[in-house]
Structures are given as C-alpha cells and as structure tokens.
Unconditional design. Structure first.
Length: 135
C-alpha cells in the first residue's frame, strides 16, 4: 500500500497541476471561480481515473468502476467547494491559490476511497483454481 500511496501522490500532484492550470485559464477567460473550479474538477475526475487504474492501483478499467469513481469525487467536490468558499470568502485567501490547498487537505480521504472502489473489484472476481485442485 505504501507504493500505491506514493504513486497516488504523484498522480494527484500531476492532476492538481493540470486541473489548476485549466482553472487559471478559465478564470483568465472571465469565468467565475466556482464555475471554473467545477469544470476543472470534472476534467480532473476523468484524468485521475485513467491514471489511478493504469498506474497507481494497476487494475483494469471498467464501466462499473468508471461510473462508481465519480461518487468519490462528487463527495470530495462538495466538501472541496465548501472549503474553497470558506478559504476565499471568509479567510481571504486569493482564489487562485484555493484549489491546491483544498486538494492537500482532502488527499488522505480521497486515497482511501479511491483504493476501496478500484481494488474492490479485483477482490470480488473469482480466482482460478490452483493446480493442486485440477486433477
């Protein structure tokens, strides 16, 4: 699990950087920050699903996990947006710095939930009988 977490951190860092860049571009284009956050966040879900299945947890992609995966991020999105508004509107953090702070705060919960959804399928699939039992 240690190596998975390290790969998860690298993937999360990459996803955060790419999503933040998209967020900044959308703000620069005049989009309000909550809407820019929403678009960048949706992009990040698809991007991180791909990286998490292929590299972090090394499991097959499937429609089942692809459809379950956003549930994790929907929960994180709601909490993240609330934290972002708290940071920007009440703690006066500049809006451009909000998403990386939110991501760092929610990272441990996101890892555990992602692992649960993506690795559960591998444990539910029937195993092939061992050679000892094949007579």
């Amino acid at each position: 699990m240690r190596h998975e977490f390290l790969r998860f951190l690298l993937t999360g860092g990459t996803n955060t950087a790419v999503s933040w860049l998209l967020y900044l571009v959308l703000i620069w284009l005049g989009m309000p920050y909550p809407l820019a956050y929403s678009f960048a966040y949706a992009f990040g879900i698809v991007f991180t699903y791909y990286l998490n299945t292929r590299w972090v947890f090394k499991v097959q992609m499937s429609w089942r996990t692809f459809l379950q995966f956003p549930v994790i991020y929907a929960m994180q999105y709601g909490l993240g947006l609330a934290v972002l508004v708290l940071l920007v509107d009440y703690m006066h953090l500049k809006a451009i710095y909000g998403p990386p702070v939110v991501t760092a705060l929610l990272m441990p919960v996101t890892f555990l939930l992602s692992r649960l959804v993506l690795k559960r399928r591998a444990h539910e699939e029937p195993r092939a009988p061992s050679e000892e039992h094949q007579a």
